[in-house]
Design a protein around this ligand. Structure first.
Ligand code: FAD
Length: 463
């Protein structure tokens, strides 16, 4: 499908710049917006994804209007240099204005349904496209299976249907991979649309936002049976404060050892509370320094952090709106939902085999339905990612959490020299903490698009 059919003027060698974006989740759509706004010369963009919907990705694809994004509206602008773009869009939206209390000034502090954010992103994409009569965008429902660097510095994409196409630049935005959202590779359901009448007990595996979403969706759907949240670590998301929580953090240099960093962060949170801010404001401040901090840690300390602290950090950075958190608390207090700490070993008919925390024996845990809401991680086995690694066009980060990238998302190769391929969003999680979140993805796409623009200019002159 060509979204905006137009034959752009040829810019170099008789061809406009050819750009491919692989993946049409939030990262892919955001990359397209950044390219449309930043690359000054005419180009042809092709966006690949076998998922036919263009919705803003797995996080938003299944959105019901009741599902609330857990970032404040003020943090969700997709327009660089215009932090109020989203809140202005909300204010200009008569339906939304009518549905939300006028007592909320500027909408900056509110939390909005995922579908609202998805509409905003798509509208900004359409507007950016309408501004560019010299660009054409084509949507392809093919998966990309292979990327090769040719001798002339161009990339050949091998498509799942066996065809090939050549591009000047490629941005991978394959996020959590191709797997069908309804099924986990180990055979667990990842979404429970509606339990049957016979269902008395549902186990929700995981402890993050998706797990909480799933519990509340079950209740919204009228399920009145027992729910167990089964998690290895047992840290549920913390609440946002009702205060603004603008980022604060001590300006002193951070200590270099993990143990001392933890103490430093604890003190920063306590200090923020004493000064009338909140620990959430200090965590927001920490997030601004997370990237340099992570880069400074030796691999052994990064591993230690992942083993012992990641779950605590995630539960404090990915927070729930206060009302949603209060609902979760009520749910747990009712006794109809409980949190149990343990490791799932396998699914068996009628339940799971579990090793409870602190015990060495395995136990059969009966459940009518089991839903896997464990945290997603970049899928390094996704065919195109695995192939890039094998071809030496990419390498993993020190901890093999994702692909090694620089802040603009450019892939580093085993030789360290970037070749002009980009990986946007969660694929770079091992190099850039928090690159799975909207504000960080937005910043990264504009950095990548600016680089692509700068590199395409000499070609323009040469032509
Ligand atoms: C429940 C939930 C709530 C969230 N809430 C927030 C929030 O409030 N605030 C915030 O900042 N962040 C939030 N996030 C995180 C953030 O939105 C996600 O990290 C982000 O959506 C990732 O998008 P993505 O496009 O990189 O990946 P995905 O959404 O995984 O999309 C990747 C796309 O690539 C496609 N693909 C994969 N492989 C190929 C291939 N080989 N060829 C072609 N296509 C391919 C897939 O089909 C898929 O459509 C949330 C995440 C979840 C799961």
């Amino acid at each position: 499908m060509t979204v905006h059919g137009f034959s752009p003027p040829h810019s170099h060698g008789g061809q406009p710049l050819q750009i491919a974006v692989v993946g049409r989740g939030f990262s892919g759509l955001m990359m397209a917006i950044a390219l449309l706004k930043s690359v000054s010369q005419p180009f042809q963009l092709r966006m690949f994804d076998p998922q036919p919907i263009i919705s803003g990705g797995q996080a938003l694809a299944t959105a019901r209007s009741t599902e609330i994004l857990n970032s404040r509206a003020r943090d969700l602008s997709v327009s660089t240099g215009e932090p109020k773009d989203f809140t202005r869009w909300l204010q200009a939206n008569a339906d939304f204005r009518g549905a939300v209390s006028a007592a909320i000034p500027g909408f900056g502090q509110i939390f909005v349904p995922k579908s609202t954010f998805s509409d905003y992103v798509y509208q900004r994409f359409s507007e950016a496209l309408a501004q560019r009569t010299d660009v054409s965008v084509q949507m392809s429902n093919e998966g990309v299976a292979r990327i090769r660097l040719n001798d002339n510095g161009l990339f050949t994409l091998g498509l799942a249907d066996g065809n090939e196409a050549v591009y000047d630049t490629v941005a991978l935005a394959t996020g959590y991979g191709l797997k069908a959202p309804e099924k986990h590779e180990q055979g667990f359901d990842t979404v429970l649309k509606g339990p049957s009448e016979a269902t008395r007990h549902v186990v929700v595996m995981g402890n993050g936002l998706r797990a909480v979403d799933q519990v509340l969706q079950l209740r919204d759907g009228g399920f009145a049976g027992r729910i167990t949240i089964l998690s290895r670590r047992g840290f549920l998301p913390q609440p946002h404060t009702r205060m603004p929580a603008d980022a604060v953090f001590p300006s002193q240099p951070m200590p270099s050892q993990l143990r001392n960093i933890v103490r430093f962060v604890r003190n920063a949170c306590a200090e923020a509370e004493e000064n009338g801010w909140s620990w959430q404001a200090a965590m927001n401040g920490l997030r601004k320094r997370a990237r340099t901090l992570w880069a400074s840690l030796p691999p052994s300390e990064k591993r230690q952090f992942n083993r012992h602290l990641r779950a605590i950090y995630d539960s404090h950075r990915n927070r729930l709106p206060a009302d949603v958190h209060a609902r979760l608390e009520r749910e747990l207090a009712s006794g109809m939902t409980e949190m149990k700490r343990g490791t799932t070993l396998k699914r068996i008919p009628g339940g799971l085999v579990v090793r409870w925390a602190g015990q060495s024996t395995e136990e059969h845990f009966a459940a009518d339905d089991v839903i896997d809401c464990r945290c997603l991680s970049p899928d390094l086995k996704d065919p195109v990612v695995a192939d890039l690694l094998q071809a030496g066009l990419a390498t993993t980060d020190e901890l093999d959490l994702g692909l090694a990238v620089n802040p603009a998302g450019e892939l580093l190769t085993p030789k360290g020299r970037p070749v002009g391929l980009f990986a946007i969003g969660p694929l770079g999680l091992g190099s850039l903490p928090d690159i799975d979140l909207v504000p960080e993805i937005v910043t990264q796409t504009y950095a990548a698009a600016t680089l692509i623009d700068a590199r395409s200019r000499p070609q323009l002159q040469a032509g």
